[in-house]
Each structure stands twice: as C-alpha cells, then as structure tokens.
Design a protein around this ligand. Structure first.
Ligand code: GLA
Ligand code: ZN
Length: 672
C-alpha cells in the first residue's frame, strides 16, 4: 500500500480505461503492455464522471472496481482521481450554476473542463457525494495508493456566489469597511466604498487599477481553490479513507500561489511539459525545468511526484517537436535529480477522438510495443527500479532564491517604470542559471519560508514586503548570512501601499547600507554598462539610482547622466554581508559574480572543484543517514568526458572512477 509510495520510484501515468469500456481486448492488452514497460502505478478516473454517474444519483462503479482489481492482481497500483475536473453534461444542463462565469460576467456553456464554480453549493454537494462514495468503495482497497484530487485546479469564477464569497473573505480579513478603504487607498479617484455590497471582483468593464483590490482578489482565488481542494479531501475522509492526497500542480502557473496548498496536500505533485527542441535552447529549457522542479519541491520542502510529462510530444504548442533519442530518459530523470519520486506520463494510451488524439502517449494508435517511444519509456522504468534508495533522500540546498507569487502579482499590476515587462520570473532565472551551470542546488522560496538553513539568500525585485520579511532578512544577515538584493525592492507593504520614508522600506536600508532614490526604465533596445572585476557587462531594463551610506561601491554605471553612480555595492551588517545590485545585468555577470561569491560564503558545488562542461549540471539528494546521491546530466547532443575532483561510484553498475563520460543526453547516478 502506502509503502510503495515511500519506498519505490513510481512509474506510470494517466490511464483512461473509461474511454474503452466496450473494448475488453484493449483493456487486456493495456495490462500486458504496462508490465512490459515496468509500470507500477497508473492514475485512474481523472475525467471519468460521466462513466461513474451517467445519470444523476445513478452510480456505476463496477467497471472501476474491475480495473483497479485487475491492475492490482498484476502488480500495478492505482492513484485514484476524483473526477471533479470535468463535470458531466447532464449536470451542467440541469444545474447551470455549476458552470463558471467569466470576467465579463457571462456564464459559460457546457464545454471543456475546469469549467465549474468553486463556490456553487450544488457543485460542492455533487463533488462531495461522488468523492465520498469513491472513498467508501475504494479507499481501503490494497491496490489504491493515493488520492489525485481533481486535475490541475485553476482559473476563477466571477458568478454572484463567488463575488459574495469574496466579500465575506474581505470582511473576515479587514473587519471594517473603513480598514478596507484605507488598505486599498480608495480615496483615490473617489472609489470609497460605503457598503460591502459595492465591492466587486476586478474586471475589464469595471475596476482593474485599484491594486489592493486586484491583489486581494488574486489571494482570494487561491484561498477559494485551496478551500475547494480541502473540501474534496474532507469528502474522501468522510468516506473513510485515510490514504494520502495530492493534486497535480502546474509549476509556474501564474494564477495560484501554490505555497498555500502545503498543508492541504500530503504530497506535492506536478505536471511537467518542457518544450524540448523548441524556441529556447535545450540548455535554457533544462534550466527553466530545473527551476520549476525546485519551485514545486519547495512547496513542502519534501520529495514530490512528477505526475505527468509527455512520453513524446504534446499537441498544444504552435509547433510540437519530438524528443530526440535519449531526451525522454534525461528529462524524466531530471525530475528525480530535483527530488521527484516518480516519472508519470500523460498519457498511457492515446485517445481516438477529441482534442488530445494526437497528444503523445506511451501507446499510440498503432497499439503495439515496437515503437521508439515505448522502448524509451520501458528503459526509464527499468532504471527507476534501481533507484529506490533515492526515495528517502531530499535535495538540501544552501542557497535560496526568493520567488514570491504575491510579490509577482503586485509588481506586475503596478503601473511603473516598465509596464507589462518587469520580467520577474526571467530575472529570477538569470540568477538561477548561474547555480545550475555550477552544479549547485537552489531552493525557490516564498516570503513565508524560514531562512535559517541557507548561507546565501538572493532576493531579486522584492517589491512587496509582507509583514515579517524585512525582519527575517535582517536577522539572516545579522546572524552571518549573505543576502543579495536588487533594484525595485522594498517599495510597498502587503497591501501594496508604498512605504513612507527611505527604501528598501520595512527597515532594510541599514542592512544594505544605502537607500534607493529613483529608477530609470529602459526600452528593450537600450542598455547601460558596468565594469566589474575588469570586465564590462550590459545592464538592461531597469537602472536604479542609489545613495550609499555605509555600503562600499563595487561597480558603477558607465553611461547616461548617472554614469559614475553605484550599481553594485556591499555592506557589512552584523556578522553577514548584504550585496545590492541596482540594475538587471546580462547572464554572464551572474555566472562570474556568484562563482566568486560562493567561495566567500562557503557553498560547495555538488561536484566540488570539477569544471562542468557547457550544458552539463549536477544535483544532489541526501538521505537522513547522510548518504548522498549525485545526479549528473548532459543536456547536449554530444558525448562529454571530464575529470572529477574526487572519485565517485556509479550507483547503477557499481563502478568507481575519477572521470565521467556521459553519452548525448546522458544521465548518471553516483554516490560518494
Ligand atoms: C495537462 C492535463 C492532462 C493533459 C495534459 C496535456 O497536464 O492534466 O489532462 O491534458 O495537460 O499535455
Ligand atoms: Zn462561481
């Protein structure tokens, strides 16, 4: 049972037998092929509502029982989904209130999925009934491992019920209308509310510029979604199941703050769809994907599951490329390198009709195992069987980058020096890539995380300071940590109201030993420069002008009327150091800068002093007993060979060596 979840890497994926209930030959073949592919678990029932309750109140779970039983008797476990991600047609027809209302306040028709209101009492009741019954029927089945609550919760509903719920949430938060008016600065443009009923969700035909409202609506959407997720969890608990629950998240998905799910789900899982061989280089894609795994791992700071990835191509980019031979294995094991205890696919078998009929699958319409994709999937399954020792090992970085969703929402909403082009996520990745290239693991954390385990904390563009973050950063530096802060930081409080007095506000000016004054927004084609350590670097997008007090200037602007002014500074504060970078530098700067900085702060790359070739990285998972596993990955189409600082043993074949040879797209698991 749950032991598989903890002690073995899961290999499998989304399985939709409900599309082939009239084809026992296909269902039989599925089992045969799953065994061949070393599949040990599949996710069932994700969009199966109309097969589970074809008519209101008429439940038909027999087929599901057969499927789960057959899988189990063949050694394959079930991740059992609740079907709430897509309501059945009869329900939408009979109870239109279950359908979502869009931002223009029009109710959707039946169609698509994820098209339901999270507030509708009818939808909640129907979901409760379904989930509870599923739990009663299968919650103690020895073949069921885990609950997969819904599917990719996302989006928002603007129906009257949701708007009323928003007002209740605000009442709870602010207590009085007066407090809300102050927090949102509603005296501006005569927006003062005199009755709670006047408060509406932001929308294109209404208000979108009251930043406090916009930010609170986004927070509310997350809270509503978390509430719906926990409603589903309570329903399976009410059905007597105490199996762990998860829900499949979507990485950097903008509209939800996933950190708020950390106490609802028992294990984090997410769906990973990198665009290999796409517009960005594979190395850049690998960096972005690595960061996404790290973001997802940091929701709970525990190993997670990669719930979906495609075995070949997706069908929703404008152009969908195949993975070159080897890429699938590398991309799958990249997840493991960053803390995943599974490689699962969307999807096991390709649908015959509807929108995903050309989406990659382990079994395509040809239906047999002699395909390139099937062989590669099988090979991944074989390798995962030898990696069980990693299940209890976690990634434990000494470096963290603050990447806070609320901060992103707020800084994107603000009308300021570069509208619509602040590039928070890309900026974070400019810092991140430097560590990836050195083979150093990084945590991506929110303002709510604890900083005490890190030696180095980087806080790019920390525009919004929620209560407590400034003190936390201050204590971190005073206690001996190294902080790197940047332009556009510490400007507003958690209500998105500007700090009065010197900035970075909320008392960081003495930590950085400077105050920020003005900021220049650059057009995309423009740049400034700085010279640091004898090299010239381009500066783009935003150039902040700072006034150092105790901080020491390390680099100055070269151009424009602010040539000669500080752009990079450092300040000793307590036992630590705070660096301040006043502009967005080109990527090579971060590589050079952090290479020096990690030596100063005592952060060691996973492979020590070993020089990693371009496109190669290393990640480490450490078990509670201290045993470390090192995963080296080659994201190039060339064989790479390089000497190691210290000899390592190949975990899969037991061979020790003091150099490494990685095949094109090769990945190796090593131990010390
Ligand atoms: C998402 C969904 C799946 C499927 C895939 C296609 O991740 O969860 O149901 O639609 O996308 O890539
Ligand atoms: Zn609604």
């Amino acid at each position: 049972m749950a032991t598989l979840l903890n002690n073995q890497m899961l290999h499998g994926g989304d399985y939709n037998p409900d599309q082939w209930l009239d084809r026992p030959d296909i269902l039989k073949k599925d089992i045969e092929l799953m065994k061949q592919a070393h599949v040990n678990c599949v996710s069932v029932g994700i969009f199966a509502w109309s097969s589970l309750e074809p008519e209101e109140g008429h439940y038909t779970f027999g087929w599901l029982k057969d499927v789960i039983d057959t899988l189990y008797s063949n050694g394959i476990y079930t991740v059992l989904a609740t079907p709430s991600g897509a309501r059945p047609t009869w329900m939408a027809h009979k109870y239109p209130e279950v359908l979502r209302v869009d931002q223009t306040l029009h109710r959707n028709h039946m169609g698509g999925r994820h098209n339901h209101c999270y507030t509708s009492p009818i939808y909640r009741q129907k979901v409760w009934e379904m989930d509870k019954r599923l739990a009663e029927a299968f919650g103690k089945h020895p073949g069921v491992l885990l609950w997969h609550l819904s599917n990719e919760y996302g989006g928002a509903c603007y129906c009257p019920l949701c708007q009323a719920e928003f007002r209740s949430w605000l009442k709870e938060k602010y207590g009085t209308l007066d407090a809300l008016n102050k927090a949102w600065w509603t005296a501006f443009w005569s927006h003062t509310y005199t009755d709670w009923e006047q408060v509406e969700a932001p929308g294109p035909r209404g208000e979108e510029l009251l930043h406090g409202l916009v930010l609170d609506w986004r927070r509310f959407v997350t809270a509503r979604t978390v509430d719906f997720c926990s409603w589903e969890k309570q329903a399976v608990r009410a059905g007597g199941s105490d199996l762990p629950v998860t829900t499949n998240m979507m990485g950097f998905y903008y509209d939800l703050d996933y950190t708020k799910f950390k106490d609802v789900v028992d294990i984090v899982s997410w769906d990973n769809y990198p665009n290999w061989r796409g517009e960005a280089s594979d190395v850049d894609t690998a960096i972005h994907t690595a960061a996404t795994h790290d973001l997802m791992r940091c929701v709970q700071h525990e190993p997670f599951l990669m719930m979906e990835n495609t075995p070949s191509q997706v069908n929703w980019h404008s152009v969908n490329r195949l993975k070159a031979p080897g890429m699938h294995e590398l991309a799958s094991l990249q997840a493991v390198a960053h803390g995943s205890n599974s490689v699962q696919y969307f999807q096991w078998r390709q649908s015959r009709g509807a929108s995903e009929k050309f989406h990659g699958a382990v079994i395509d319409h040809y239906g047999e195992s002699d395909t390139r994709v099937f062989q590669e999937v099988t090979h991944v399954g074989e390798r995962l069987e030898g990696l069980s020792a990693l299940c209890h090992a976690n990634v434990q970085p000494q470096v963290a980058i603050l990447f806070d969703r609320e901060n992103e929402w707020a800084l994107d909403a603000a009308c300021g020096p570069r509208n619509g082009a602040m590039h928070y996520e890309q900026t974070m990745e400019s810092h991140y890539q430097a560590f990836w290239r050195m083979g150093i693991n990084v945590d991506l954390i929110s303002e709510e995380d604890d900083l005490s385990d890190y030696r180095l904390v980087i806080a790019p563009m920390l525009y919004l300071h929620r209560a407590g973050i400034a003190d936390k950063l201050r204590d971190f530096v005073a206690g001996g940590g190294t902080l790197v802060g940047t332009y556009w930081s510490g400007l507003v409080d958690e209500n998105d109201l500007c700090f009065e007095g010197p900035t970075p506000g909320g008392n960081l000016t003495d930590v950085y030993g400077l105050r920020t004054e003005e900021i220049d927004g650059l057009r995309d084609e423009d740049c400034n420069h700085m010279i640091w350590n004898g090299k010239t670097y381009q500066l783009r997008e935003l150039c902040e002008l700072v006034r150092p007090k105790d901080a020491k200037t390390l680099a100055i602007y070269s151009d424009d009327f602010y040539a000669g002014k500080s752009v990079l500074t450092v300040n000793r504060f307590g036992k630590g150091y705070a660096y301040f970078l006043a502009s967005r530098a080109e990527d090579s700067f971060y590589r050079d800068f952090y290479r020096l900085l990690i030596e100063q702060v005592g952060v060691t790359p996973v492979l020590g002093k070993t020089e990693l070739p371009e496109g190669v990285t290393a990640s480490k998972r450490t078990a509670k007993d201290g045993r470390a596993f090192i995963i080296v990955q080659n994201y190039t189409s060339k064989t790479v060979c390089f000497p190691l600082e210290n000899p390592l043993t190949n975990l899969e074949n037991g061979q020790a060596g003091d150099s490494l040879t990685l095949q094109p797209y090769g990945v190796m698991f090593l131990s010390e």
